[in-house]
Write a protein that binds this ligand. Sequence first.
Ligand SMILES: Nc1ncnc2c1ncn2[C@@H]1O[C@H](COP(=O)(O)OP(=O)(O)OP(=O)(O)O)[C@@H](O)[C@H]1O
Ligand SMILES: [Mg+2]
Length: 160
Amino acid sequence: MNNYSYMDQAPLQEEVDIHEGIENTLTILKNKLKYGVEVKREYGDLPHICAFGSQLNQVWTNLIDNAIDGMKGKRHLWIRKSQESVRILVEIADDGAGIPSEIQPRIFEQFFTTKEVGKGTGLGLDISRRIVVGQHKGEIRFDSQPGDTSFQVRLPINLQ
Ligand SMILES: Nc1ncnc2c1ncn2[C@@H]1O[C@H](COP(=O)(O)OP(=O)(O)OP(=O)(O)O)[C@@H](O)[C@H]1O
Ligand SMILES: [Mg+2]
């Protein structure tokens, strides 16, 4: 899932459908979602955007994957999408354990993980930030408290 060695070779697409990318990601993660996670879609209309489509799918995969990993038992995953003037906003939120405040400053560091050896490489958020900020001139932020964690990705509609 973390094939960022191909990052520079991906073609810039004019008409990326974010909705379709997220739905495809959810289909791929279906097995992981089986264990009692309820997906709540709160979708506004979105324009197609100019972006590196497969890279963005990697971002959704990493964020949804993290949200599912943070959950135990019956939990919810919210996916919200909306347009904010010249940008789009995708929010991925969960009601899992949350990110302890003492590690919050470190989660985007390369190789920072709280998962067992062999389970997490600590690359997911590092790669996601490079894709969103470095490749798309967007923004990725989060808010987290126990039972309420949300990652917000903002992307320009017209990447030049
Ligand atoms: N939704 C979330 N809920 C709880 N903790 C989170 C969440 N998202 C990220 N984290 C914390 O941030 C850390 C870093 O995340 P990151 O995706 O970079 O690496 P990872 O998930 O540990 O490993 P990898 O993504 O490479 O498999 C995680 O180990 C976890 O502690
Ligand atoms: Mg991860």
